[in-house]
Design a protein around this ligand. Sequence first.
Ligand code: G6P
Length: 368
Amino acid sequence: FLVDKGNHRHFMEKEIYEQPEVISHALSHYVDLGAHTIKQTGHDIDFAKLRGLAISACGTAYLAGLIGKYWFERYARLPVEIDVASEFRYREMPLSTDQAAFFISQSGETADTLASLRYCKEAGLKIGAIVNVRESTIAREADAMFPILAGPEIGVASTKAFTCQLAVLASLAIEAGKARGHIDAAQEKTMVRHLAELPRIMSAVANLIQPQIENLSRELSKFKDVLYLGRGTSFPLALEGALKLKEISYIHAEGYAAGELKHGPIALIDENMPVIVIAPHDRFFEKTVSNMQEVAARGGRIIFITDENGAAASKLETMATIILPNVDEILSPMVFSLPIQLLAYHTAVFMGTDVDQPRNLAKSVTVE
Ligand code: G6P
């Protein structure tokens, strides 16, 4: 069917603003938004019996999986092996049938992800697929298919598929935590209640930060290199922020775990490389702030993406501080996706690049 841009200049912009609505669809498939419980979706992955989970994907879907790893390990005490599919398929890692393998793919057709799936199937593992296109090859070949319900994504740079993948992974991590006895009924209710608020929060945040991000993007478009830092689930988000920016604006960007700053990227810090720090006021906050101090001490310019508590707790001078509302930690990867997506989008618009069809990139990579 026909998909148009509506009132938006690009599909990417439309897809960013669509997120509250599609996330709400995704969530209502996996959680009961009235009773605040996880729904039984009828799949046959027995989380209680699993010794481990192997996750494999490419690009942005891989980064969603990396955030999923933090959740499955923390909330369900389920060890997760994760790798980009092009490495996973050749790594000859020991696999056993008490592990399940999950594949994340918007298109469901990515060649390396499909090859990894077949490799795990051959090894006798139960296969779960987190996909947008339900009729895709990856969806068909899986034992359990978990749709992300994002609707068609046209922009080559993934936005709404990423946050819907996260919503599904968060729901599955809670389900696994319940099944494995690490989340009780009261915790389940609290966590699902938080998830239920996500669409409303994302819609408010997108409108709140848009003008500031647009101004900031004008500044950012003058630089040649940008560094993104984060800890915990904000680390994969730093990688995703850098990926988005380089894909569509062609500005060189790198994402690092903030704790790795000292192990290399600090050598590059000067006034010509803005450092985007993603730091909600979570249990890593103080540590990330001390990394920010190291950047500031070397004349680095900081773009600080934080929440209200974080902004109140830091006195550092920044090039810009983007303040989001305080949200529960399970929501922060989705909520903090908005500023990084909008920043990449508006920067690319200022640069005048082909935002929806960036050079050399394809929406779906069906060859190795
Ligand atoms: C390409 C796209 C990315 C996407 C990746 C994986 O690189 O440009 O946006 O994240 O492929 O695609 P998949 O369809 O498997 O999620």
